[in-house]
Write a protein that binds this ligand. Structure first.
Ligand code: NAD
Length: 381
């Protein structure tokens, strides 16, 4: 059938299989050109889109790793297409097989014990041990072991916050007011996006005896500049990320080398949902592209295994955080971004923000917008 993008606010409800494969191929080409060791056997939890997919591609095609992935994606149910993550993973597995690289994926709820057990079973059978664990989940909700479902919210903590944002339906600069979360909402967000499940995974793998002796684990976080702090660092999601950092500390005390990598703000299905952040990202893209320092997920992940030496003498800051946001947080970049954010309005948005770049990344996440793909052609979904 002919697959067209159907965008509603910050999500696209369709995905193009050929376009998703193209996006995977482009990332593979980058990873092959920027090889770095990632460990022999790599488990990526949240492997199908954004940072997790790029981690898997960098590990496999840049590091020659056998990869196991966990994702939560929907197959096609015609006329409904599959999700982008589903197509990405099919394309990844096909290329891995062609290149003689082991790749298996479990499509299920990473928070559940059943999926943890299934992964342990596969490791025991096929790989024996895991050298690197990448924890890259971004989930809206979690089913707890007792069956209750908790949801994460993107809200402030303490006080109401008003700032500029971009209305993704109209590309207009508007104001958004975010109200503070209740204690219950904060606690739920920590349960979904905090370190509890990261700990559960690492303990399950360790207790099953499937972690190699010098196994490394990494989970992802974000810090960003002051203008995003009320929405992120000081908000509900920041509370969850502090819990994630504490989990990594706990694991290190237990003898498992676990780190949190602070990554760059990028357009992904998760970041598009955070108020204020899309406008910040569009300005950031403008500034970093002009300076020649812009990176996407694959560039970041190749740097994680390369420059930051995740599997070697890992480079962290004084707080044991890996700083892949170093280029984003450079003084000259942040000075320019802050000045532009202050003055941006509907009259100058094109001059100050890379809205086109934002949407280009957005559509490409779902396999749309590649010039060499004929989107009027029938495609098997
Ligand atoms: P994403 O939405 O692209 O990816 C989320 C992944 O999690 C997908 O593979 C999805 O299938 C999987 N997933 C979600 N729920 C699941 C479940 N219940 N079971 C199994 N798999 C599940 O998100 P992303 O932006 O790549 O985020 C990944 C991590 O990187 C998050 O921790 C996020 O906070 C962090 N991060 C993101 C940014 C950014 O700007 N996007 C910046 C810094 C850090």
């Amino acid at each position: 059938m002919i697959v067209e993008p159907k965008v509603r606010g910050f999500i696209c409800t369709t995905a193009h299989p050929t376009g998703c494969a193209e996006s995977v191929d482009r990332q593979i080409a980058y990873a092959k050109a920027h090889p770095a060791p990632a460990g022999k056997n790599v488990l990526v939890i949240g492997c199908s889109t954004g940072y997790g997919l790029a981690s898997r591609i960098a590990a496999a095609f840049g590091g020659g790793a056998a990869t196991l992935g966990v994702m939560f994606e929907r197959p096609a149910n015609p006329p409904r297409t599959a999700t982008a993550g589903y197509y990405n993973t099919a394309a990844f597995e096909k290329r891995a097989a062609e290149n003689g690289l082991y790749a298996k994926t479990v499509n299920g709820d990473a928070f559940s014990q059943a999926v943890k057990d299934e992964i342990i079973e596969i490791v025991r059978r096929d790989l024996k041990t895991i050298d690197t664990v990448v924890y890259s989940l971004a989930a809206p909700r979690r089913t707890m072991p007792d069956g209750t479902v908790v949801s994460s919210v993107i809200k402030t903590v303490g006080s109401t916050y008003t700032n500029k944002t971009v209305d993704l339906r109209t590309n207009a600069v508007t104001e958004v007011t975010v109200t503070p979360a209740t204690q219950e909402e904060i606690d739920s967000t920590v349960k979904v996006m905090g370190g509890g499940d990261f700990l559960d995974w690492m303990h399950a793998l360790k207790n099953a005896g499937v972690l190699s002796q010098d196994c490394r684990a990494v989970a992802y976080s974000y810090i960003g500049p002051a203008l995003t702090h009320p929405m992120y660092l000081d908000g509900t999601i920041g509370a969850a990320k502090r819990d994630l950092i504490a989990a990594a500390e706990t694991l290190r005390k237990e003898g498992i080398e676990a780190y949190v990598s602070v990554n760059k703000a990028l357009v992904t299905q998760s970041s598009a949902a955070i108020p204020v952040v899309p406008l910040y990202i569009a300005i950031l893209y403008k500034v970093m592209k002009k300076k020649g320092t812009h990176e996407g997920c694959i560039e970041q992940m190749c740097r994680l295994f390369g420059d930051k030496a995740l599997t070697g003498a890992v480079k962290t800051d004084a707080d044991k955080l890996i700083r892949l946001d170093d280029l984003e947080m450079a003084d000259d970049v942040q000075k320019e971004v802050a000045a532009m954010f202050d003055t941006i309005d509907n009259g100058n948005i094109k001059q100050y923000a890379d809205i086109e770049g934002y949407w280009d990344d957005f559509y490409k996440m779902f396999g749309f917008g590649y010039k060499d793909i004929d989107y009027t052609a029938d495609v098997e979904i």
